[in-house]
Ligand binder design. Structure first.
Ligand code: HEC
Length: 177
């Protein structure tokens, strides 16, 4: 049984394509594959770049800073709205309360005899703590110190919520020691 002439041509072309080492070059001459090379598509740089999603944090501003750098370089971007404080409370109860205590007085459940010694710096309501800059508190969260672990895993913006919450605890404190 012999092939139809047009099929024979096609078969020859396929044989040529298959047996040629530079297959890529040959493939585009086969009519069946034209849809692959001439498909409608967006070429590189043809379309406008997509704008970042609102609220995206530029990589630069989330760069890790040590305590001194955070203290001197960072300014608090939040204004302490009710929502900021709500977020801050959730995070504080999750990450800080066990040591610094509910009011921030440094009397959390893990502080006491045979447990964490009650260091004066644990007290977030002390004169000293009131004088700390927002950037310093951010830096403490990011770096930790001594017994206090680093909370690097707490995201950039969440650290500022925590700062706001600590500030609120300080404002609420009856008398600073
Ligand atoms: C495991 C216990 C522990 C946890 C949890 C903890 N801290 Fe601390 N924190 C400490 C200790 C201990 C100090 C005192 C460290 C020192 O003086 O070297 C301290 C000190 C601080 C200071 C004051 C530093 C100074 O120089 O006066 C700030 C501010 C602070 N912590 C904020 C936080 C925040 C916010 C969180 C929650 C993200 C947190 N800490 C979680 C134990 C803890």
């Amino acid at each position: 049984m012999s092939l139809r002439p047009d099929l024979r041509v096609s078969a020859l072309i396929i044989a040529a394509v298959v047996t040629t080492s530079a297959c890529d070059d040959q493939v585009k001459y086969v009519p069946w594959f034209e849809t692959m090379t001439t498909q409608p598509s967006v070429e590189t740089y043809e379309a406008e770049p997509l704008a970042p999603v609102p609220g995206t944090v530029p990589a630069g501003s989330a760069r890790h800073l040590d305590l001194l750098a955070a203290d001197t370089l960072l300014t608090n971007p939040l204004e302490g709205t009710a929502e900021d404080l709500e977020q801050g409370e959730v995070l504080y109860l999750q990450f800080c309360v066990m040591c610094h205590g509910e009011t921030g007085a440094g009397d959390g459940p893990v502080v006491g005899p045979n447990r964490l010694p009650p260091l004066p710096t644990l007290n977030l309501l002390s004169e000293r703590a009131l004088d700390l800059s927002d950037g310093y508190i951010y830096g403490m969260i990011a770096n930790g110190r001594g017994v206090m672990p680093s909370y690097r895993r707490v995201q950039h913006e969440d650290r500022w919520y925590l700062v706001e919450y600590v500030r609120q605890l300080q404002e609420e404190a009856p008398v600073a020691e």
